[in-house]
Design a protein around this ligand. Sequence first.
Ligand SMILES: Cc1ncc(COP(=O)(O)O)c(C=O)c1O
Length: 450
Amino acid sequence: MDLGHNEVGATSAGLFTRAKRVFGDGTTRATIERDPIPRYMERGEGAYLIDVDGRRFLDLNGNFTTLIHGHGFEPVAEAVSRQIRSGSCFANPTAHELDLAELITTRVPGIDWIRFVNTGTEAVLFAVKAARAYTGRPAIAKIEGAYHGAYDWVEVSQASGPSTWGDPAEPASVPYYRGMPETVLNDVVTLRFNDVEGSVRLLEKHAHRLAAIIIDPTPSRAGLIVPEPEFVETINAMARKLGIVLIADEVLNFRQSYEGASARHGFRPDLFTLGKVIGGGLPIGAIGGSQEIMSVFGTGEKRAPLPAGGTFSANPLSMVAGLAAMSALDHAAFEHLERLGDRLRDRLSDEIAKKGAPFTVTGVASLFRIHAKRKAPRDFREALPSPAEAVIGEALTRAYAAAGVVFPNGAAACLSTPMTNADVDLVVDVFSEFLGTHSHLFESVSHEHS
Ligand SMILES: Cc1ncc(COP(=O)(O)O)c(C=O)c1O
C-alpha cells in the first residue's frame, strides 16, 4: 500500500483515539506537531524516521535539535546497552560522570566546574537560582520571545504578541499561563534581542535587583537570529559593570561548534546551561561556569548556599550516551555540519532571490529557519509571523511532510551528521517547488505590508 505522506495513517489514528482517553489533549507534550493528529513513530534510522504506517521521513526536527548524530547512532546504542546490564542508576557517583564532565570542561572556555541534571529546564532553573545565591538579588533579565524551558521566571514574555507586548522601549512582562504569580512578573525585566540602547537603559534601571541576564546566543523560537556584535559586547559589558551574572542558555545552541555558541559569537558568560546533544539522545541537562559562582553549589566543607540533588542526576545511562555522542562530535563532524548548513542556507537564499519570493532564511551552523518575510528579522517582534505569514508557515510544513520531510513549524530545523548533500538538495528542491505552487499565498503577505 502506498500511502501519501500527508494522509492520516490508520495506525496513527487508532493510537490517537486511545491517547485521547488518557491524555486530555492527546499527547503529553504541548510542542508535538499535529496535522490534524500527531504522527506516531515506529523507529528512527540515521537521518530518517519511519512512522507506524510505514512511511519514511527525512528528520529535520531531531527531537527539537537533540539528535545531532541522527537515530540509532551505533556508539550510543552500544554504550547504553552495555551500561543498562550493569545498572541504570545508583545512589553513588560513577566514573562515567567524570568522563563527560572532563570532556566538556576541556572543550568549553569558561566552564571550570559543572553539574549534571536531567533536562534543560532543570539546568536553567539551577543556573537562575545560582545567580540569586551568588548575588543575593531576586530578579532576572531575559529576551522577549526566548524559550528557556518551564521554570516560571524564564517563561515570562515567552509567548507575548502585539496585543500584550507593550512599548518597544520597555517591553511588558507578559504571563505565560493563567495564574502566573504577579511576583514572578515583577521579577523579570524583558529585553529585546539586538536592542543595544534599550538593553543598556533597562539593565541600568533595574541593576540593583538583577541577579542574572539569561541569554540564548541564537534564540530559536524568537527567530533563530544571530546576535549582532555590538549587542554581544553590550551584554558582556553591562553584566560586568553592574555585577549581574551572565547566563548563556546553550541547551539548544551548544551544537553550533566544538566550543559551543557563546565562543562562536563572543559572549563571555559566567554560567552556561547545556542539554540536548550532550546526552546523546537520553535525558540530560548541565550547569557549568566559573569556580567562583559554581561554589554556591558547595565546595565540600559546610552546607552549600544552594544545595542541589536529584534522583536521576548524572545517571550512568545519560552519562555514557552523552560521552559516546560528544566524543564523535570532533572537529571533522563540526566541519561536515557547517558545510551542509552553509550549502543549505545559501541554496535556499538563491531560490528566494531567483523567484523574488517574500522569504528569508536565518540560522547558523547546523540550524536554520525559513521565515515568510522579505526582510531578515532582528528580534522576536520582527520574527513573529503575521496571520498571513503563519498560514504560509503551516503550508510549508505540510508541503515538506507530503515530500517525506519532517520540518518543524516555528522552531529551529536542524541537520545531523548522517546527512549528505543529497538530503540538503532534497530540502531545497521541495522549497523551490513550494515557491512555484503556492505563490497565491504570497500575495496576501505583500498586501499586509503595504
Ligand atoms: C534554549 C533552551 N533552554 C531550555 C530548554 C529546555 O530543555 P528541556 O526540554 O530539556 O527541559 C530548551 C528546550 O528546547 C531550549 O531550547
